[in-house]
Design a protein around this ligand. Structure first.
Ligand SMILES: Cc1cc2nc3c(=O)[nH]c(=O)nc-3n(C[C@H](O)[C@H](O)[C@H](O)COP(=O)(O)OP(=O)(O)OC[C@H]3O[C@@H](n4cnc5c(N)ncnc54)[C@H](O)[C@@H]3O)c2cc1C
Length: 396
């Protein structure tokens, strides 16, 4: 049988990052193939869908916060274009979020975070307990206050993934249901990938967007130092006449992070745990129980809801918690991974950047600080994905 003809762009990994890149590259007139054994079912399926540049602003991550703010501005247009291209809704909601403290020491901790957000000039306003409860009447009477974060929005990440798959199909993207093992190089440029199931695919350019497994693709000069950071979300459904949450609530409950993201139709996503356990995806009883305890303390009305889904996923963590997006020193080979806690938020700006690189531009100012080469060349050492000393590892 004759080998498949080369395509312009081959994307390794069909999560929200790879699919966004594939859709945008195909829409710009390129022939595109995505290689993935289970597209759309990685971290992007597990996520909560918060688009949260303010709540995700952490000490020592100011450059990343700048990127997140810009990424949030792009989302409304991206959601509109995706809905039009796919014929599906993605339920983008710009109704802001509440940050809530459950006990006095949670209040002290959230006040520190709020002070930092205000110092950066981010949109946040301190609220009393009474103001929190009038903004969100389902909150427990025991809460100690919090803050309003009007710039933090949300989208239904599962609808986004389904819409991206449809938009890719409409744009002529081909899918290969296999794992890419390594990249093929010739004369200093990439020529395609080898497949785990045998054979290979030829391409003019290859984009490595395999999430937390991006560092396992062989043959890269700059091996992305990403590691799996396990997280779990629960999905709950309100009974038909039960009261519903109005907006996203992020909370500290006795020192533990917990968030509740309401969906159109009475669903609520509850998250999220953060564990460094390698490639383990087990759903552990203790983790489910802790999350439910915290969520029910915060919003007692959840007792009447139905638990419909528990999903674990592996965030692509990087040493400084920021993405790795850019060229690799091999002509035609681009990396787009390491999006860690914010891959849903960062997908549209990442796709724009990769398409810019595919047409031969230099990295944009926006991504200049987030190139994959910033941690040095490939070492073959998986521990390269460990966090840098002093960087924060805060749940998202
Ligand atoms: C519990 C949880 C909650 C989260 N909440 C949020 C949130 O609210 N907001 C937010 O912005 N972000 C959130 N995130 C982070 C976000 O989900 C990730 O940053 C994002 O999904 C990463 O997208 P990705 O496409 O890089 O990876 P993935 O979605 O994991 O996709 C990677 C794909 O690559 C494929 N693959 C792997 N290896 C190979 C190979 N060798 N060949 C071919 N294919 C391969 C996999 O099958 C997979 O489909 C959350 C993550 C988790 C786990």
């Amino acid at each position: 049988m004759a080998p498949d003809p080369p395509v312009d762009v081959l994307v390794v990994g069909g999560g929200i990052i790879g699919l966004s890149v594939a859709w945008q590259a195909a829409a710009s007139g390129r022939s595109v193939t995505v290689v993935d054994p289970s597209p759309g079912r990685g971290a992007s399926w597990a996520a909560g869908g918060m688009l949260a540049p303010v709540a995700e602003a952490h000490f020592g991550e100011e450059a990343l916060t700048g990127l997140l703010i810009r990424a949030a501005l792009v989302w409304p247009g991206f959601a509109r274009d995706l809905e039009e291209a796919s014929g599906r809704l993605v339920h983008y909601r710009a109704d802001g979020a509440l940050l809530v403290a459950f006990d006095p020491s949670d209040r002290a901790a959230t006040d520190d975070v709020l002070g930092f957000q205000l110092q950066l000039g981010l949109a946040a306003r301190r609220l009393s307990a009474r103001e929190c409860r009038s903004s969100e009447p389902l909150l427990s009477p025991g809460i100690r206050g919090g803050a309003e974060l009007p710039g933090d929005h949300q989208v239904d990440n599962r609808l986004v993934v389904e819409a991206l798959l449809a938009a890719c199909e409409h744009a002529g993207v081909a899918f290969v249901s296999d794992r890419a093992e390594g990249v093929a190089l010739e004369g200093g440029r990439v020529t395609g990938v080898s497949l785990a199931g045998g054979g290979s695919r030829a391409a003019g350019a290859v984009v490595i967007a395999a999430g937390c497994e991006s560092g396992q693709v062989t043959g890269l000069k700059v091996q992305p130092p990403v590691r799996p950071v396990k997280g779990m979300t629960l999905r709950l459904q309100a009974p038909p006449d039960a009261p519903r949450l109005r907006r996203t609530v992020r909370a500290l409950v006795h020192g533990r992070n917990c968030y509740l993201v309401p969906r159109d139709g009475g669903g609520v996503v509850v998250g999220a745990t953060v564990e460094e356990k390698g490639f383990d995806l087990a759903v552990q009883v203790g983790a489910v129980s802790d999350l439910l305890d915290d969520a029910r303390e915060l919003v007692p009305a959840l007792d009447e809801y139905t638990l419909t889904d528990t999903t674990t996923g592996l965030r692509p963590g990087s040493p400084d918690n920021a993405p790795l997006v850019g060229p690799t020193g091999v002509a035609g080979l681009i990396v787009a991974t390491g999006h860690h806690r914010n891959g849903i938020l960062l997908a549209p700006v990442t796709a724009d950047e990769v398409v810019r690189l595919l047409v031969g531009n230099d990295p944009s100012d926006l991504f200049a600080a987030f190139g994959p080469e910033r941690f040095g060349p490939a070492t073959g050492d998986r521990s390269a994905g460990e966090p840098l000393p002093g960087t924060s590892r805060i749940p998202g």
